[in-house]
Write a protein that binds this ligand. Structure first.
Ligand code: SAH
Ligand code: SF4
Length: 357
């Protein structure tokens, strides 16, 4: 315990120390870890939770990641694309509800038509929301030029998870035509284009060890990311990983430990309490906040599509409408003694410190 308290006081941890924190298993030690992370969060980014209303625009995907329910080989999915009007309506809903920001997410589509479509969409959302709504994109791997065009149109944050920073494990979780190097390169392209750049990993993947996870945190620090979205891996029944058994409680605790350790190592970044946490525990996102996260992504996709954007089993809130989500979340967050950053972008403090350097 003494050793642990010494480690917890410091920010600049070695990979071995990070692995030691991730391996803590007594209730008392884990509590000390979460409390330290929460106090770092309070000091460095405050006790405010920022919203990003997520719009799951389309489940059409050209990729075939082995873990994902909407991978192109899954023929049990009803494929959809929201119409342009529906996307804009959802963005305007977010604006009127004072969410401050949205995330546009979809399967990966790469084409000149898609680039142009998204560019036009960003411009229209900006104009319909008096340039007040923050726009994050999560649209996969694209060319530098495409990233730049979308940035210039008004998007300013981008999420692209590395999924695992281990080249070897990445190779096992993706078909041969998916490239680890290209994924890493895209993170640099995003930084060069000017985005607040977010990445993340899945936690509890088959074959993943605590050492892999410690290297993931070191990878985030090396790349100097501004935001992180990490969540537990949850098998999906129509994927090649469907038979992989997870212990929900252990998986959740490990995911919370990752959030806490990352908060201690990268103190001024934005960290999301992801929906996948809630799939494992009805209070998973709240627990994420108490372990150091400061962002939540309420789902504002039209209800009629939600069942078809199942990246993993037991995805929560697929049958609630966006208004119900808003009220339910507000109570839950305020119950933690946190304030909601209504109407604010809640940009990553780290980004501004990074560009100053
Ligand atoms: N196509 C884009 C964005 C949509 S996928 C992309 O891949 O970047 C968004 C995230 O869902 C992925 O980054 C992945 O980490 C997560 N995801 C996919 N399948 C999952 C599963 N079975 N369990 C938990 N998270 C999953
Ligand atoms: Fe497509 Fe993203 Fe799912 Fe991979 S994780 S199959 S890129 S939607």
């Amino acid at each position: 315990m003494n050793d642990i308290n010494n480690i917890l006081k410091r920010e600049n941890l070695s990979e071995t120390e990070i692995a030691a924190l991730l391996s803590l298993n007594s209730e008392e030690d884990i509590k000390a870890l979460f409390e330290r992370a929460y106090s770092v969060k309070t000091d460095r980014v405050g006790r405010t939770v920022y919203y990003r209303g997520i719009i799951e625009m389309s489940n059409i995907c050209s990729k075939d990641c082995l873990y994902c329910g909407i991978r192109r080989s899954n023929s049990n999915v009803n494929r959809y694309s929201m119409t342009r009007e529906e996307i804009i309506d959802a963005a305007v809903f977010a604006y009127r509800s004072d969410y401050g920001s949205i995330v546009l997410q979809s399967g990966e589509i790469k084409s000149p038509e898609f680039t142009e479509y998204i560019e036009g969409l960003i411009t229209e959302i900006k104009s319909k929301t008096d340039s007040q709504l923050g726009i994050t994109l999560s649209l996969g791997e694209q060319s530098s030029k495409t990233y730049r065009r979308w940035f210039e149109a008004g998007a300013h944050r981008y999420l692209l998870r590395i999924e695992t920073s281990s080249r070897d494990l990445y190779g096992k979780l993706h078909p041969a035509d998916h490239s680890y190097d290209e994924r890493v390169k895209c993170l640099y392209k995003l930084q060069e284009a000017g985005y607040q750049t977010g990445t993340g990993v899945m936690i509890g993947l088959p074959g993943q060890t605590v050492e892999h996870l410690a290297s993931d945190i070191a990878f985030f620090r090396d790349i100097d990311i501004d935001m992180a979205g990490m969540g537990p891996f949850i098998p999906h029944e129509d994927t090649p990983l469907k038979d992989y058994d997870i212990d929900k409680e252990k998986q959740l605790t490990l995911a919370l430990k990752m959030i806490a350790v990352l908060r201690i190592v990268m103190q001024d970044i934005n960290i999301a309490a992801t929906t996948a946490l809630q799939a494992l525990d009805p209070f998973g996102r709240e627990k994420g906040i108490m372990a150091g996260a400061n962002v939540i992504m309420p789902n504002i996709t039209d209800r009629k599509y939600r069942d078809n954007y199942k990246l993993y089993n037991d995805k929560p809130c697929t049958d609630e409408d966006s208004d119900a989500c808003r009220d339910c979340l507000e109570h839950r967050i305020e119950g933690l003694g946190e304030t909601i950053g209504y109407g604010r972008w809640g940009d990553s403090k780290h980004y501004f410190n990074r560009i100053k350097r």
